[in-house]
Design a protein around this ligand. Structure first.
Ligand SMILES: [Zn+2]
Length: 119
């Protein structure tokens, strides 16, 4: 049986692409983090059900806020650059095939580094 934990999927992508993936500091951590919503709730990171991949190339964009702040060169998603996660990216395809949702599909916030799963 194939494990579908975020870390196992990172390993699949790394093995298939030969890339070393940089995983956000909250990798698989049971970390308190509030989600971006009006109602204060915990994000999937708090339950180990979310992962951030290559955040410097795939920032979280909310209005004029960019996180990490040093990732402003990668805000323009029409540009091509290494390690960009987009619709055709292998990493995105692997995570979605295992039921993860991609933050690049969100409406008010675009969190291109983020993948999360409900259960
Ligand atoms: Zn995240």
């Amino acid at each position: 049986m194939v494990s579908t934990s975020p870390s196992s999927l990172v390993n699949i992508v790394a093995e298939q692409t030969g890339f070393t993936l940089f995983v956000g500091f909250d990798f698989d951590a049971l970390e308190w983090r509030e989600s971006y919503s009006i109602v204060r709730t915990l994000s999937k990171h708090a339950f180990g059900m979310a992962i951030d991949i290559n955040p410097l190339q795939n920032p979280c964009i909310r209005g004029s806020s960019v996180q990490p702040a040093t990732a402003t060169d990668c805000v323009d998603r029409s540009k091509a650059f290494p390690h960009k996660i987009d619709e055709t990216d292998f990493c995105k395809q692997v995570f979605e095939s295992f039921g993860f949702r991609w933050g690049g599909h969100w409406r008010s916030v675009k969190d291109y580094q983020h993948f999360e799963k409900n259960n």
